[in-house]
Each structure stands twice: as C-alpha cells, then as structure tokens.
Design a protein around this ligand. Structure first.
Ligand SMILES: Nc1ncnc2c1ncn2[C@@H]1O[C@H](COP(=O)(O)OP(=O)(O)O)[C@@H](O)[C@H]1O
Ligand SMILES: CC(=O)N[C@@H](CCC(=O)OP(=O)(O)O)C(=O)O
Length: 261
C-alpha cells in the first residue's frame, strides 16, 4: 500500500514565524502523499479578544457562538489556510486548501452534549474518501482547515486534532497511514514544562495513570484521545512530537509513539 502522512501542526507553531517557516519547508520536502491539518486556536483567541468577543474552552474545545464562528471561519479557513498554501507553493509543493464544505470534504453535525452547550461545534459524520484520493493521486497535497459543514448550509467549528484523526482513520483502508501530531513540545512529557522528560511509548493504561495524576491536561487530552482512536481504527503509526523534528518523527526516532499495549 502507498504511504500517506497526515500531519497536524499546533497553534503555537502557526503563531511563531520562525517555527512555521521551518516546519513548512520540512513538510514540502517530506516524500510521499501528505495532508497537513492546521488549527490556529491561539490566533482566533487573540482576534476574538481584540473584537471583545469573550472566549471559553471546555476540555480543550472552544464554545462557539455565532460571532465566534465568524471569527474562526475567517481565521482558520481564510487567513491561515491560504497563507500556508501560498508558502507551500513557494517551496514547490503543489497544495490545495480546503475546509470541510469545499468538495463536501467533511460533513458533521452540531454537537449534542448532555451537559455543555458547545454552540456551533461539529462532530464528524463522514469524510469524502474519493475526493481525498483523487487529489492525492494527482500529487496535490491537501491543507485542511478545522471548519466542517452539516450539508444544510451551516458551518461548524471542529477541533483540529479530531479532523486529523478522522482523515487518518477514513483513509486507513486505502493507504499505509502515519498520523503525526506536531507541536512546540518534544512529545508527551512527564513534566509538561520539561522537554527532557519525553515519554517515548504511551499505552492506554499509562495514559489513564497520567490523567489521574493530572500530568496530562488541557489540549493534550483531546490530542491523546484522538491518538488512541486512530490507532484502534487501522492507522499504522501515531506519533506526537516537536514540529521542528518532522523528519525524525516520521521515522519514529523522536517524540512519543502511541501503542496499544
Ligand atoms: N504531559 C504533557 N506533555 C506535553 N504537553 C502537555 C502535557 N499536558 C498538557 N500539555 C499541554 O498541551 C498543550 C498542547 O495542546 P494544544 O495547545 O491543544 O495543542 P496544539 O498546539 O496542537 O494546538 C501543550 O502546549 C501543553 O501546554
Ligand atoms: C471546537 C474547537 O475547539 N475547535 C478548535 C479548532 C482549532 C484548533 O483545534 O486549533 P489548535 O489545534 O491550534 O488548538 C478551536 O476553535 O480552538
């Protein structure tokens, strides 16, 4: 089977010009089929605050009211997505930027949570496998923004780690898929502030222990929940690590590798 790398970049990388620039250069030179998934939560929060739209995150997920939906659509599906595509083109990496509504790439429904009203947040129903395969077969890399739609004209905000997981899972029957969560830290850390404490291999049991001790928290929770779902769904390799070590992460030489037992 052909290999496919689904690579997610974190918000702190997007926010840092030097890190973004070096990451995009490495992504462009990564061999094989590839999909880049980006968020941009940090920039959305900054812009919302300038517009005096209060923001609230629950378990790493943004409560998205109508005004916030406008902001995140402009930031993710507009500025960040198009900026990344233009810069990949400058490195000779032909790419196309999509949100979930483009080509009906990702259909979702508004989240229905028993205790929390998340507003316009989407839980994914289906990804458009033929669309992804078609673009990849033409050697076009896909740059995916974390905005989905419900097929009734409603855009929805969806966590970017979940988008990466669903794409990796949806394409696992067609490619040998590696899912890489790249961000500003060296991996899942025993001490979240110390890059020297990388956990090289993480099992579900160890993850539960770390959660009980509050050693993993905030955005790392949805990231790891998604990582384990991907591994259970036929994705070959799931790795979490530093964006400036992309080549080593893909090779499995750095970062945290998610394993079953
Ligand atoms: N054990 C841990 N190891 C590394 N980071 C952790 C850990 N627990 C919590 N975190 C936090 O999770 C953050 C990553 O989540 P998030 O900001 O949502 O990711 P992204 O940068 O991909 O958007 C890190 O910046 C860090 O502050
Ligand atoms: C529903 C939800 O939480 N959506 C996320 C989408 C962006 C994202 O995931 O960005 P990072 O990867 O930079 O955190 C949000 O608006 O923050």
């Amino acid at each position: 089977m052909e290999t496919l790398s689904v690579i997610k970049i974190g918000g702190n990388i997007i926010d840092n010009e030097a890190s973004l620039s070096s990451f995009l250069k490495s992504f462009a030179s990564t061999p094989g089929k590839k999909i880049l998934v980006h968020g941009g939560g940090k920039l959305a929060t900054k812009l919302a605050s300038q517009l005096e739209i209060p923001q609230q995150l629950v378990d790493g997920r943004r409560i998205t009211d109508a005004d916030t939906l406008k902001v995140v659509t402009m930031v993710y599906a507009g500025y960040i997505n198009k900026n990344i595509v233009a810069r990949l083109q400058s490195h000779g990496c032909n790419s196309i930027g999509l949100c979930g509504a483009d080509g009906n790439a990702i259909q979702a429904h508004k989240r229905n949570h028993p205790n929390v009203d998340y507003g316009f947040v989407g839980d994914i129903d289906i990804i458009n496998v033929p669309l992804f395969k078609n673009l990849l077969s033409q050697d076009i890399s896909i740059v995916m923004a974390p905005i989905t739609h419900d097929k009734n004209g409603q855009l929805l905000n969806t966590n970017a780690d979940t988008i990466a997981q669903e794409i990796a899972k949806g394409l696992a029957a067609h490619y040998d898929v590696s899912l890489i969560y790249s961000f500003e830290k060296a991996g899942v850390l025993l001490d979240a502030n110390d890059n020297e404490t990388v956990i090289r291999f993480l099992t579900p049991g160890y993850y539960s222990e770390l959660k009980d001790k509050n050693l993993v928290f905030a955005g790392m929770l949805p990231k790891l929940d998604n990582a384990f779902v991907a591994l259970d769904s036929g994705v070959t390799k799931v790795i979490i690590g530093q964006a400036d070590q992309l080549e080593q992460l893909i090779a499995g030489n750095q970062g945290t590798t998610i394993i079953n037992e």
